[in-house]
Design a protein around this ligand. Structure first.
Ligand SMILES: C[S@@+](CC[C@H](N)C(=O)[O-])C[C@H]1O[C@@H](n2cnc3c(N)ncnc32)[C@H](O)[C@@H]1O
Length: 209
């Protein structure tokens, strides 16, 4: 599944925020799902000392640029750039995963299948729908495997916005955000599927007689 988007890369400040939030260290194997030019992998290795980094990038030109930078820096033994779809890639061994693309329906099941307990997953702008972050540093959310889940929309919204709000207020806040664009229909669908009612109003119990 390709979510190409523009060449929209994280700044150095944000890259360091992601890696600090995940508490990246020399024990870790870092994966960037959709790595663009590979900057996160390079900073993870050079500044945070992770033992290995894997950048997966479907766009051939971007993957080639990432691989060239890795070679120029002499880091080919510690950074692997794969020109492939991360949804079909082998994620075994990852202890930290960064996912900067908007979530789609399949993501949570894929990560639950591929990643082992204790792995930290950092997302951008929103935590995965129905998953409670273990820590956050806006605009990044860190979730740990096994994912801690809620079906209560208000609990999830509060963790996401850092304040109590209704689901309607949550969407208003997202719509007013000038920095991040998102696919509202896809988000609504996931909220309806995973949260009770998806409206902030508990689903009434119907008594079957
Ligand atoms: C917004 S860029 C982010 C690059 C980098 N992670 C950063 O934050 O600086 C997202 C990248 O994901 C790539 N991408 C989208 N869908 C992908 C997929 N299914 N597999 C691998 N890469 C993908 C896009 O080509 C794009 O380069």
């Amino acid at each position: 599944m390709y979510r190409l988007g523009p060449e929209d890369y994280q700044s150095g400040r944000h890259i360091r925020k992601i890696l600090r939030l995940a508490r990246a260290s020399k024990e870790d194997v870092f994966f960037d799902l959709g790595c663009g030019r590979g900057s996160l992998c390079i900073v993870a290795v050079l500044e945070f000392g992770v033992k290995k980094a894997v950048g997966i990038e479907l766009h051939r030109g971007r993957a080639a640029k990432a691989a060239a930078s890795v070679r120029e820096l002499g880091l080919a033994d510690r950074i692997e750039i794969r020109n492939e779809d991360f949804m079909e890639s082998d994620l075994a061994g990852a202890t930290i995963v960064y996912s900067g693309l908007q979530e789609i329906e399949e993501d949570v099941a894929l990560l639950e299948r591929e990643l082992r307990a204790g792995c930290r997953v950092v997302s951008l702008f929103l935590p995965f729908v129905g998953i409670l972050p273990a820590a956050s540093d806006y605009p990044f959310y860190m979730m740990k495997l096994p994912f801690k889940k809620t079906r209560d929309p208000l609990t999830w919204v509060e963790k996401t916005l850092f304040k109590k709000a209704s689901v309607a207020e949550f969407y208003r806040e997202l719509d007013n955000d000038r920095e991040y664009r998102y696919d509202k229909r896809a988000l609504k669908r996931m909220m309806e599927n995973r949260l009770s009612g998806g409206t902030g109003v508990p689903t009434p119990k119907v008594k079957v007689v």
